[in-house]
Design a protein around this ligand. Structure first.
Ligand code: URA
Length: 211
């Protein structure tokens, strides 16, 4: 993990191996899906590392012992559409989590993200909130989505992505210095079309097989 408090780059052999598979242009959509989900779970494990727990008593078949439950509810918010690719694996790990959705498109004139769909669980203010999008490219979409969550009351947010780039990281940290970024990689640059290079291509197209 990097030393910077607000960006964690996960240094783990399973993440490195999975990332190589999702990056490869020869990876089929079924393998891409599987490995994107596995990487997302590993990011989730890191994101949840510091979450508070409450002590509870547990009776095993043999004896009483000390147990724990999470203190706060969990809210997962994929940014449509590619963020859905990170949802399934995490949802299997924490089936009790509530799911919100944020949909944004880019206005052709202003090039700014515009919200077309927002549905956030009512308990968002009390929850540990994870905002999900595989690619942190320009940062505009992630920044807008985090602002939407804050406007709905979210107070403890982390942003999980698979590949980030410096421009997006800087933009996000400027606008949301209180929201940690958890990523599997930081790639060097964006091309003229807003794709991260080397990146992994269009995450949504590759996940949904629409490319
Ligand atoms: N969105 C993607 O799917 N890929 C990129 O490289 C950048 C944004």
């Amino acid at each position: 993990m990097s030393a910077n408090a607000q960006i964690h780059v996960i240094d783990h052999p399973l993440v490195a191996a999975g990332l190589s598979i999702v990056r490869s242009k020869t990876t089929t959509p079924d393998l891409f899906r599987r490995h994107l989900q596995e990487i997302s779970v590993l990011l989730f494990v890191e994101a949840s590392r510091q979450w508070e727990t409450r002590a509870i008593p547990v009776e095993t078949p043999l004896a009483p012992c000390a147990g724990a439950v999470l203190s706060k509810p969990i809210v997962l918010v994929p940014i449509l559409r590619a963020g859905l690719g990170m949802l399934d694996g995490i949802q299997r790990a924490v089936p009790e989590a509530s799911i919100g959705h944020v949909g944004l498109y880019r206005d052709a004139e202003t090039l700014r993200p515009v919200s077309y769909y927002e549905k956030v669980p009512v308990n968002v203010a009390a929850a540990e909130v994870l905002l999900l999008d595989p690619m942190l490219a320009t940062g505009n979409t992630a920044c807008e989505a985090a602002s939407i969550l804050k406007a709905q009351g979210a107070r403890s947010i982390q942003f999980l992505c698979v590949v980030a780039c410096p421009v997006g990281v800087q933009q996000f940290q400027r606008e949301h210095p209180d929201v940690p970024i958890i990523t599997a990689a930081i790639d060097p640059e964006l091309n003229d079309h807003g794709y991260i290079v080397p990146g992994l291509g269009d995450a949504g197209d590759r996940y949904f097989g629409t490319g």
